[in-house]
Design a protein around this ligand. Structure first.
Ligand code: ADP
Ligand code: ADP
Ligand code: MG
Length: 658
């Protein structure tokens, strides 16, 4: 076995790889950006080398720097994880040129599968079914529109260089084709530096079912069964499981065989995944699945396969790269029980899943029987705006699907994250959804059920506000800071009353709060049943204040039913930076890059009109005018990096001056 490995990645996957490498007796070498100097994976590794500033383009994506550290530290091999350099053929080549083993397939296989059009052509040649469509080189709009007509609507336009669900547009009718094509090409050019697209049939009731394959250097190729990744949002996976609901042995055999053929066609070595789209209108049928693409790396959701096969895929990657023969045959591959993974993200489902960064004031991830947690962060760490905002993967296994889902549901219920908002409650609802339990779902399930899943804006939770208000009152009392400027000090209350306070009648005190960044005038009341908090239009039932409260500086983070509410005392002497301007201020929702600006100073806009687009964490955020008015000074230019909350411009109401 290799004696040392450099891990060219970060976060949970770096931790995951280090764990196995250390168990195999290897010296582990981490490379990290300045932002990750104190990260968990850096602490876990035997050695750590800094390779540059926070932006990935200046650190994790720098092939020269990674190779330089590998040479200096004497690393025998490099594991690229997923994302970053994992699918860059030049990186695999640079490793080879410097005598370092690359834990992945040959550069030629990465290249062959790198572009979706070429990969489709290759799969077709190998006898693997592909989605009907046009994947040739002509890019003329008239020609592509004609092809779309021949294929039959709905069609999907895809960037040939695409990944991560970007540059993909569904088109339902001919009149929408030209706009969708232009937009897909623009996105493809911006994201991948390559505007080329392919057009294919949009498969109805689509199910995403993928096959994990493994190949050694001696011509052995096996598949390790399927994973169903149909629960998606913006074409990105949210929940993955194995086996796929409704899978039959015939279908598994047909898909497994097709995946192995595709891998053989490119001389594959190591771990890879062949992604198929299945037409699920009549359940999974062996004659209705099509090759989509091959991911030539370890997949995010590989733990699901590990759980049902009993294999350690990372250990297997090292063995195969070291020249060992696969230690089992296809017949010996196990498939036992059921496993399901949920991706816990720092994002806000109530705000269109906007990534939510910042310090993790509290982090409790379940460690129950049947639960595996792969995470790269600890309480006290920052979820930084520079990288993927995944906090953890929670993987549950059980004897059958229901047992696995029940365990996952419980684990999600026990998950506690304070600071960034997360999708934990959303995931729990998803895992509990009856249609999902029944196996009656396709890739559109999440989008069709956003409301039921709680992924819509909701009003303040008065119970959480009450819990936060009470916690603030108690803290201020404990601090004995009764003489301050804040009204809390004047509060009488049953908790510390020494004046023979009687629990009769009702008492009430006005309390000015900042709740989730907005000023709230509420009243704290209590009677014999206990405390309650009254907001205009909503009242928490007395005595029902049950929530976890985490103190974060001057703010109380209240967690209730998977939702977080930030409660602080409104300090009238502090300058309220957030509300300095009129309501027309347009700010960057998070750290990112200004990629489009649709207005100029002096231009009239209507409420809701698009003003700018900020790209952050692989997503575009459209900023719209909050009111009718005239655009004031514009504080940023296209291409600028903008910080969270940075002013971009302001919409001035008629009569205002800048
Ligand atoms: P998968 O099927 O494994 O989710 P995708 O093809 O959807 O893979 O995306 C590639 C993987 O790389 C994703 O899981 C994504 O989280 C990861 N990834 C993409 N960009 C980044 C990044 N900037 N930082 C870290 N990970 C990334
Ligand atoms: P990426 O490289 O972004 O992962 P994929 O080609 O794997 O791109 O597609 C991503 C997702 O888009 C799939 O998981 C699937 O949900 C959806 N998708 C892709 N092709 C089709 C299709 N022809 N019909 C319906 N849905 C599709
Ligand atoms: Mg894909």
């Amino acid at each position: 076995m290799f004696e040392s490995v450099l891990i060219a990645n970060r976060g949970e996957i770096a931790c995951r790889i280090i764990r196995t490498a250390q168990a195999l007796g290897m010296r582990t070498i981490a490379v990290h950006s300045q932002a990750d100097a104190d990260a968990l994976f850096v602490q876990m590794a035997d050695e750590a080398w800094e390779i540059g500033p926070a932006p990935a383009s200046e650190s994790y994506l720098r092939i020269d720097k990674v190779i330089d550290v590998a040479l200096k530290s004497g690393a025998q091999c490099i594991h690229p994880g997923y994302g970053f350099l994992s699918e860059r053929a030049e990186f695999a080549e640079a490793c080879a040129e410097n005598g370092i083993a690359f834990i992945g397939p040959p550069a030629s296989a990465i290249r062959a599968m790198g572009l979706k059009d070429a990969a489709k052509a290759l799969a077709q040649k190998a006898g693997v079914p592909v989605v009907p469509g046009y994947h040739g080189s002509k890019q003329d709009p008239d020609f592509l529109r004609q092809k779309a007509y021949e294929i039959g609507y709905p069609v999907l336009i895809k960037a040939v260089a695409g990944g991560g669900g970007k540059g993909m547009k569904r088109v339902d009718k001919a009149t929408e084709f030209d706009d969708a094509l232009a937009s897909a090409m623009r996105e493809a050019q911006a994201s991948f530096g390559d505007p080329r697209v392919l057009v294919e049939k949009y498969v109805l009731s689509p199910r995403h079912v993928e096959i994990q394959i493994f190949a050694d250097q001696h011509g052995n190729v096996v598949h390790l069964n399927e994973r169903d990744c149909s629960l998606q949002r913006r074409h990105q996976k949210v929940i993955e499981e194995a086996p796929a609901p409704g899978m039959t042995p015939e279908m598994r055999e047909a898909m497994g065989k097709a995946a192995v053929e595709a891998a053989r066609a490119v001389g594959y070595v190591g771990a890879g995944t062949v992604e198929f789209i299945a037409d699920g209108r009549e359940g999974l049928r062996p004659d209705r699945f099509y090759f989509m693409e091959m991911n030539t790396r370890l997949q995010v959701e590989h733990p699901v396969t590990e759980a049902v096969t009993g294999l350690d895929l990372v250990a297997l990657q090292f063995r195969v790269a070291h020249g060992e023969t696969l230690p089992f045959t296809q017949e010996e591959v196990r498939l036992e029980g059921h496993a399901v993974e949920a991706r816990l993200y720092a994002e806000d489902p109530e705000k269109g899943f906007l990534p939510s960064t910042g310090r993790l004031w509290a982090l409790e991830l379940p460690e129950d029987f049947g639960i595996r947690v792969d995470s790269g962060v600890e309480a006290g760490d920052e979820v930084s705006p520079f990288y993927d905002p995944m906090i953890a993967k929670i993987i549950a296994r059980g004897a059958d699907r229901d047992e696995a889902l029940d365990r996952l549901s419980r684990a999600l219920g026990e998950t506690l994250v304070a600071g960034p908002r997360t999708n934990a409650a959303f995931l729990k609802k998803l895992v509990d959804a009856q249609a999902f339990r029944d196996g009656a779902f396709d890739t559109g399930f999440i989008d069709q059920n956003l409301e039921e899943l709680g992924a819509v804006e909701r009003p303040l939770d008065p119970i959480a506000v009450a819990a936060g208000a009470l916690a603030l009152v108690r803290r201020d009392h404990d601090r004995n800071a009764l003489a301050g400027s804040v009204a809390v000090g004047d509060l009488p209350g049953p908790w510390w009353a020494s004046d023979g306070f009687q629990l009769v009648g009702q008492r009430q005190t006005g309390l000015p709060l900042m709740v989730d960044g907005a000023r709230v005038e509420g009243a704290l009341t209590w009677d014999a049943q206990g405390p309650a908090f009254e907001l205009p239009g909503a009242q928490s039932p007395p005595g029902a204040v049950e929530a976890s409260v985490v103190e974060a500086g001057e703010t109380m983070l209240v967690l209730r039913e998977g939702r977080q509410t930030r409660v602080a005392i409104h300090d009238p002497t502090a300058v309220d930076l957030e509300h300095l301007d009129a309501g027309g201020l347009i700010k960057a929702p998070m750290h990112g890059k200004l990629v489009a600006l649709f207005v100029e100073t002096g231009q009239s806009v209507e409420k809701g009109q698009r003003v700018a687009v900020v790209e952050a964490m692989k997503m575009e955020h459209v900023l719209t005018a909050p009111l009718d008015g005239v655009i004031g000074e514009i504080a940023a230019a296209i291409g600028d990096q903008v910080g969270e909350g940075a002013r971009i411009t302001v919409v001035l109401e008629e009569g205002d001056t800048a």
